[in-house]
Design a protein around this ligand. Structure first.
Ligand SMILES: Cc1cc2nc3c(=O)[nH]c(=O)nc-3n(C[C@H](O)[C@H](O)[C@H](O)COP(=O)(O)OP(=O)(O)OC[C@H]3O[C@@H](n4cnc5c(N)ncnc54)[C@H](O)[C@@H]3O)c2cc1C
Length: 427
């Protein structure tokens, strides 16, 4: 059987989890894909100011022990599962600290959550340990030619990559559609760059649109800035704290329990524990900051008028507009941003596989156990969209070990099947 090539777009935790797992499987003599990571800025970029989602100084929300191998409970490699788990511990957060000589200090300091930029260093160290193949380029277009992926990257002279499977990771671009309206409207990237340059405007009335992870980091930063009032505009009846108890956490780690839940129950849990909710740490800061208030509603439009910004908001009791001096659009990435990378023919193939236009619901419901779109060949792995069908931990850092098991095992299984079908057809 030939070794399939998996190209991963984005050099974040998911890419490194898969590269590390492929390395471990290969070292154990088990079937493993070859993994090439295409990354536009550098490994771990989204955990530094370069990626536009943080300035790198904020702290990880989940425990760092939820690392590339977590939860170290492989089930896909019969007879070898415990060996795989054991070998993956080479890529653990604590192995990284031991290699850096700081493990003892970290324990003595009470196991503090690492800053985002420290998490980026962990990812860079893991890439070296895994001998990861990294192409430093921006993937611009994905097409399907002769049942293989052709990945065109930025830089006109680059030869396109040809792969048996593609996995797309990350939240997409950290920009706001309204940024072009002027300096007083920022998306996450513009905001974090202003923070890094110390050029955040000094204003009376600031607003942050959104109340999820992206907004949480921005609000945390805003608490150190001068502003008379900070309005958080978000559609739910209140600002909600993320459920972080054992029972919520365990569903993120354990996808078996997830399968037993109805779609309604799954959505309820995602809304309570993942989407549009703030961490207890951020919520505690907001509680103490008397400048912060919640405006209930969904922003329908933004206009720059003179030296202020008018924000149109659809609320439960009708439309209102409010003026601010500075607005940060922190709604986070678009669900289906990755489909912009597909050319027309690849998009047609995707829509054929999922049985209709690529709506968010339809694509999410098509993500099978391996994280690939059901029925699409060559394989397209979209773990960021796997929450609803496979479990809420797959889009984030909650079960990277499980994710990489499923991607590697799924790809090797489909390659074996294709090889035997081809051989069968020949004989
Ligand atoms: C501020 C913030 C804090 C968060 N904290 C946590 C947390 O504590 N715990 C948790 O579980 N989740 C957290 N998340 C969610 C987090 O986004 C995911 O858990 C995690 O980043 C997913 O990793 P990833 O590998 O998918 O992508 P990322 O780490 O986001 O990496 C994606 C990479 O893709 C690259 N890229 C993008 N487009 C292209 C392209 N076209 N070509 C080449 N490269 C490209 C980027 O440069 C980036 O390096 C946080 C999110 C934010 C915004």
């Amino acid at each position: 059987m030939k070794t399939p090539l998996l190209v991963v777009i984005g050099g974040g935790p998911k890419a490194l989890a898969v590269a590390a797992k492929a390395k471990v499987l290969g070292d154990l003599g088990l079937p493993a894909p070859r993994v090439t990571i295409v990354e536009k800025h550098g490994i771990g970029a989204n955990w530094t100011v370069v990626g536009g989602w943080t300035d790198g100084t904020h702290r990880l929300g989940t425990n760092p022990e939820k690392d590339l191998g977590f939860p170290y409970r492989s089930v896909d490699f019969r007879g070898f599962n415990r060996h795989v788990d054991h070998s993956m511990s080479r890529f653990s957060w604590s192995s990284h600290l031991i290699a850096a000589g700081t493990f003892g200090e970290w324990i003595d300091r009470g196991r503090p959550a690492p800053r985002h930029r420290e998490w980026a260093r962990y990812l860079q160290w893991s890439a070296q340990q895994a001998d990861a193949e990294v192409v430093l380029a921006e993937a611009e277009q994905l097409s399907i030619v002769d049942d293989r992926w052709v990945i065109r990257c930025g830089g006109a002279t680059e030869e396109p990559l040809v792969a048996d499977a593609v996995m797309i990771t990350g939240p997409g671009a950290a920009h706001s559609d309204w940024e072009h309206l002027g300096d007083r409207i920022a998306g996450p990237s513009k905001f974090w760059n202003q923070v890094a340059d110390r050029s955040v405007p000094v204003v009376n009335r600031a607003a942050v649109i959104g109340a999820g992870e992206t907004a949480g980091a921005i609000l945390h930063q805003m608490s150190t800035l001068d502003a008379m009032s900070i309005s958080v505009i978000a559609p739910r009846a209140s600002l909600f704290t993320r459920g972080e108890g054992y029972f919520e956490n365990s569903v993120f780690t354990d996808s078996v329990r997830w399968n037993a839940l109805s779609l309604v129950q799954r959505r309820e849990l995602i809304n309570r524990a993942d989407r549009g909710v703030l961490s207890t740490r951020v919520m505690e800061e907001l509680r103490l900051d008397t400048r912060v208030g919640h405006v209930e509603g969904r922003v329908s439009g933004v206009q720059a008028v003179g030296d202020h910004v008018t924000v149109g908001i659809d609320t439960a009791s009708g439309y209102v507009s409010q003026n601010f001096d500075y607005v940060i659009d922190a709604r986070g990435g678009r669900d289906l941003w990755m489909l912009d990378l597909l050319d027309e023919s690849a998009r047609d193939r995707l829509e054929l596989a999922i049985g209709g236009p690529a709506t968010s619901e339809r694509v999410q419901m098509s993500i099978e156990r391996s994280m690939a779109v059901d029925g699409l060949g060559p394989a397209l792995f979209l773990p960021s969209l796997a929450a609803l069908r496979q479990g809420p931990g797959f889009p984030n850092l909650s079960c990277l070990g499980l994710l990489s098991d499923r991607v590697c095992a799924g790809l090797m299984e489909s390659t074996t099947l294709t090889t035997s079908l081809t051989n069968g057809a020949r004989s």
